[in-house]
Design a binder for this molecule. Sequence first.
Ligand SMILES: NC(=O)c1ccc[n+]([C@@H]2O[C@H](COP(=O)([O-])OP(=O)(O)OC[C@H]3O[C@@H](n4cnc5c(N)ncnc54)[C@H](OP(=O)(O)O)[C@@H]3O)[C@@H](O)[C@H]2O)c1
Length: 317
Amino acid sequence: MTTKNTFEKKGWTPELMKSQKGKTFVITGTTSGTGFEAARILLSKGAKVVMLNRNSKKSEDTIAELKQKLGNTIDVSYIRMDLAEQASVKAAAEEVLKMYTKIDALILNAAIAQVPKQTFTVDGFESQLGVNHYGNFLLQTLLYPRIAESKGRIVTVGSMGYNLGLRTIQFDDMNWDKNYSPNGVYSQSKLAQIMSIYELQDRLKEAGKTEVKAYACHPGASRTSLIKTSGSLMTRFVWQLMKLSPLVQSAEKGAYPELMCATEVNLDENGFYGPTGYGYFKGPVGECKLEPHAKNKKVAKKLWDLSEKETGVKWNL
Ligand SMILES: NC(=O)c1ccc[n+]([C@@H]2O[C@H](COP(=O)([O-])OP(=O)(O)OC[C@H]3O[C@@H](n4cnc5c(N)ncnc54)[C@H](OP(=O)(O)O)[C@@H]3O)[C@@H](O)[C@H]2O)c1
């Protein structure tokens, strides 16, 4: 039995989340925005939270803030991981596997957006694709064995941006050497993340690993640090104005879809979850329409093979 959007008028909210005592969640990018809120809410429900962040100082400040809000007894820790460096992702994954015997859900929340000029990760990937897609893809591959043992979940935080720009993967120029555009590449990176989740679902089914679940969601338009961190001056200015608009919701509400996907029992994997109001900017959290290009099997398979090749690690399904 699986549920779609049966959360009635209010949509899914953390009020529906039972105690998470005894559960372990690994979350990327918790120093601000939806990742911070997701960590805070899970900790408030008694979960163990392992944060994977690139900035040590910010991570320590985040732990201090969470303890100040929720008390010193919360079970929170962090491991340094920079998604822009494959070596760092590998080292962090190794540490997670060494330290934690269980992963109930891996929440792939961290991302960068709207990088104004073409830049590269240390491994030579265009930065948005490198961080958002290849970095997160590698992390999932490496943590999958522990997630499988735990009959756990993988949750990808996508974006409605998947439906903008090319609406497919530009295989002949993955670094966008010829037509770099901040928005176009961001859209492509979020599409790649979402496509990989639906492809993973198919591969899990084929391998008979139906006890592992994979979900894709998006946070709508949420007041976070996303554009402030990596966008151009102009994009930051426009986004600062937009954040004042009633169309944009709080970072806390932006965290609800990933929390729902990480914890809601029997949630249908085929859905794409997020706020369901106007333009999917905000509103009750439930199932949103997913355009067919996000499940294009031919493109998804090709992207999977390429991602395994580029990260140098094969999924052990
Ligand atoms: N806000 C929106 O309206 C919106 C809309 C659609 C989708 N999203 C998605 O929502 C998710 C959360 O973003 P947000 O809006 O909450 O933005 P945010 O406040 O900027 O949070 C992003 C987090 O990712 C971390 N991060 C960035 N690059 C990283 C790297 N190389 N390695 C490890 N961590 C890294 C950041 O760490 P630092 O503190 O070190 O920078 C931060 O903790 C993202 O996947 C984003 O694409 C957001």
